[in-house]
Design a binder for this molecule. Structure first.
Ligand SMILES: Nc1ncnc2c1ncn2[C@@H]1O[C@H](COP(=O)(O)OP(=O)(O)OP(=O)(O)O)[C@@H](O)[C@H]1O
Length: 282
């Protein structure tokens, strides 16, 4: 199956920050969570895909079209940026009218369901809504576009717990036809746990991992050894505490320990949250 979005040797140099060069292919039918510290380049990557930032070099294809060669692909992607520039002076009805007209497959029923479930006051001007309400209206205006691809930059920012669960349900439903592609940049582990199939990890402008969530969660295993830790570095050792070590090669470590007559009294895979935190700090 062809990728929905592909970047080849993409690079963006900005003052003291460089994104890439990176190669990435986003497959249809899957939810990709883009995670990384503040300033790691997630929004720069998403804006480059949306052609809102001009790459220094490299190229991007959306649905097999080079994004510099036509603008038709823009109707195929619904994008929620972090900054909702330009929405301020309009009320919800006006914004719905403006946006629905741009997307031929606009899903009005879905939009009104979200407005109802999230109690969005459509008659209020965007700039007089609370940040959480602004976020919910912007989400409703994005999710209802009827596009095959959706990119959400921090979708659950500002929104309350109940609204967030409605968001999880609607995004899962949005993915149900099996062909759609969803990318979410997020700092929330619950977003990742509930929604992601694939996790892309960004660190200082580089993609340091891009893999299936379940296999990523198996990357590191922690072993608590009986007795003192040996002085030498153990197979796959990435970190050690007083009595335990974390390894990314558990089979080799176990073989080594057996050969050296050493035993362990406990072993555990790092949780997904700890794995991500660990990958971002080492
Ligand atoms: N308009 C801009 N001009 C110059 N540098 C910028 C601009 N926008 C972002 N940057 C820089 O690019 C780098 C990456 O920023 P980016 O917003 O992509 O990070 P991020 O991972 O999305 O962060 P966050 O999690 O805080 O949203 C940062 O060093 C930032 O200061």
């Amino acid at each position: 199956m062809n990728a929905s979005i592909e970047a080849h040797q993409l690079e963006k140099v900005r003052d003291d920050f460089t994104l890439g060069p990176l190669d990435v292919a986003i497959e249809p039918g899957l939810v990709t969570a883009l995670v990384g510290h503040n300033g790691s380049g997630k929004s720069t990557l998403l804006k480059s895909i949306m052609s809102l930032v001009k790459p220094t070099s490299g190229d991007i294809q959306v649905l097999d079209t080079n994004i510099t060669q036509s603008e038709n692909w823009k109707k195929e992607i619904a994008y929620l940026p972090q900054d909702k520039l330009g929405f301020g002076p309009f009320n919800g009805h006006q914004l719905r009218e403006l946006i629905a007209n741009l997307y031929p497959n606009w899903e009005d029923e879905l939009f009104h369901r979200l407005v109802h479930d999230w109690n969005i006051p459509l008659s209020k001007k965007f700039h007089s809504m609370s940040p959480g309400m602004q976020q919910k209206l912007a989400l409703a205006l994005t999710i209802s576009r009827g596009t095959p691809i959706m990119i959400l930059d921090e979708p659950s920012a500002h929104i309350d717990l109940t609204s967030r669960h409605i968001l999880f349900d609607v995004l899962s439903e949005w993915m149900e036809d099996g062909e759609r592609t969803l990318i979410i940049a997020t700092h929330h582990i619950e977003d990742i746990r509930k929604l992601a199939d694939i996790i892309a990890v960004m660190k200082t402008g580089q993609l340091i991992a891009h893999e299936d969530k379940d296999s990523l969660a198996q990357t590191y295993t922690q072993y608590w050894l009986t007795g003192e830790l040996p002085n030498e570095t153990l197979p796959g050792e990435v970190k050690r505490h007083e009595q335990s070590i974390i390894t990314d090669q558990p089979a080799s470590l176990e073989q080594y320990l057996n050969q050296h007559d050493r035993s362990w009294f406990k072993k555990e895979s790092l949780s997904l949250e700890d794995t991500l935190a660990f990958m971002l700090t080492i």
